[in-house]
Structure formats: C-alpha cells, structure tokens
Design a protein around this ligand. Sequence first.
Ligand code: UD1
Length: 337
Amino acid sequence: MKVLVTGGLGFIGSHTVVELQNEGFEVVIIDNLSNSSEKVLDGIVAVTGKKPLFEKMDLREKAAVQDFFARHSDLAGVIHFAASKAVNESVENPLLYYENNINTLVYILQELQKMESANFIFSSSCTVYGEADVMPITESAPVKPALSPYGNTKQIGEEIITETCKVSRINSILLRYFNPIGAHPSAHIGELPIGVPQNLVPFITQTGIGIREQLSVYGDDYPTTDGTCIRDYIHVVDLAKAHVVALQRLINKKNVDKVETFNLGTGTGSSVLEVITTFEKVSGKPLPYQIVGRREGDIITAYANTDKANNVLGWKAKSTLEDGLTSAWKWEQKIRS
Ligand code: UD1
C-alpha cells in the first residue's frame, strides 16, 4: 500500500517514513527541502534498506499538487507534516505561515475530496490547548485562543479538516503532539535545526557538544516544583509509530468518527531543570546554563492525558526522557564527528 508523506525529510516525517517502511508500506515523500536535506534519504535507507520515492515539490504550487495526485490515484493514505513551525518567525511573517500551513492543506484536501475515499493524518500540536486549566490535558480540554500565527494555523487546520470531512469521503485523524525529542537509536536520522535552535533539547545537545556556550533557562519563578516550566517530552520514534497505528486505524475503518483527535505524549511532565539533570546523567558531563527571564508566550505546564491514545488508538509511548536524551546526544555527536 502506497502512502504519501509530505515533509517526509523533516524531523518527525523522516522517522515516520522509517516506521511505515518497517511495516511494509510503500512511501512517496513530498518535501521542498526548505528545512531539510535530500541527504536524509540516505539515513532512511541506512535504517530500512529501502529508498522511498521522493519528489521535490512545493505544496504552495497548486498545479503541482493537482499533477501529483493525478499521477498517484492509488494512495492508501496521506500523512501531512509539511509546515513551518517556528513560533517567532510566524509572529514576524504571519502570511508566510498562513500560506505554508493553510494554503497547502487546502490544496491537498481539494484533491482528496475528488477520491472515492481518502485517509488523512494531520500534525497538530498541544499548543491548541494554550495554558490548560486541568492537568493532565485530555482531548476534550477547550481549545484556547492561539498565541501566535503558528499556533493559529494548527487550530485553523483542525477546523478546515473537520468541516471538509463532514461533507466528503475523507476520514481524518488529528494528532496533537506534545514535545517531540530524540533521534533514531541508530543515529542515522535525527533533528537538523537550522541556525540557533529555539527548542530546548537541540539547544542542550549543541551546548553539550560546545557549539553554544551555555543554555539560557527561561525563568525559574513559575509556580512549579522547581520553578521551571513543565512539558511532556515524547520520543520521536514513539511519535512516528503512532502515525502508523493511526493510518492503519483509518485503512481498516476502525475509526468511530470521521475526524478523531488524539494526544500524543507520555503522560509525564518534566521540568527544564529535570531535563538538564537527565542530560548531564546520560552525557556524563555538566551542562553550563544560566537562569534568565521568562520567554514571552511560554505556558507554565503542559502534559498529556494519554488514556484515549492508549485505549482507543491502541498506542502507548515506550521510551523515557532518558532514552530520548540519550538518542539526541548520540545523534548530535554523530553529526559533528
Ligand atoms: C514550542 C512552541 C510550540 C511548538 C513546539 C514545537 C513556543 C512558546 N512554543 O513549544 O508552539 O509546538 O515548540 O516543538 O515557542 N527552554 C529554555 N531554554 C531554551 C529553550 C527552551 O529554558 O533555550 C524552555 C522553555 O521555556 C520551555 C521548555 O524549555 O519551558 C520547552 O521549550 P521548547 O522546546 O521551545 O518547546 P515549547 O515551548 O513547549
């Protein structure tokens, strides 16, 4: 069975391609290489022994999207990762985010709507919950007003999909990721942030290897156990496997609604200082850091209630924070060697 993975050379996309191939799917990747590299294909081959089909394409070109679907009318599903994801950049250039994350989604859905049936998996984010009132966060927690154009594109994306599925033969699963970290344990694929990483774990591993002088911890005066923010760090391989399970659910028509939503997290919250301590343990070296002021827009605490993913989807995260940081550190060492 053939599956389209948009953004399949990116961080979560490439790990999902590996898991799809391991399960026997034939994968076609679309990627515009804006935040990835064609070399990732070699990493995928090194892990699975199979080269996925790859088409370099920008999904903002509607005619190219139409042409692609005309040539691939036999898709068992589409997993749509391709999107921009930097919060700050989205504030500076909102239209880029609406064009990249919304126009492309519309163009793909327009083609899927023409099909006899279609299965669509969407990369959403726990960012839709904002500062949730109740921990851990369930899927029925209210969606709060978005704090950035990036967050807004995830909310609008979910709405576009829900409204479209109602009136078409498309079935969809919305996956709300908590904080993805780590790399494939083989260290053949991993995260490749461009420029200075905004996310915690790549900043930590780059500090560990000496590219960054020290980590800035954004605030230690929050109302948490040690004063730093709490997040649910989920291993990217666990996350990737959830996509395969979700796709199989749609292919086997096990979904109970035309659109289903699942949180993808571990269910455990970790503070920034806990992440630092765990990194120091797995790397065997102290991590230089300083406490600085709070980062604007940061929420205090977010971790998932995973009951629905565990019991309905039939997926559970297996890896620990330590596993995630160990693999991220191994990957960082490999790409700098
Ligand atoms: C961020 C985005 C979120 C997006 C997610 C993608 C913001 C406000 N949120 O989530 O919308 O879906 O990335 O992965 O940007 N931290 C430091 N020092 C650093 C970097 C981070 O102390 O140099 C802290 C942050 O304050 C936060 C935690 O580490 O408490 C995690 O930060 P990060 O990795 O950026 O993820 P989120 O902010 O949760």
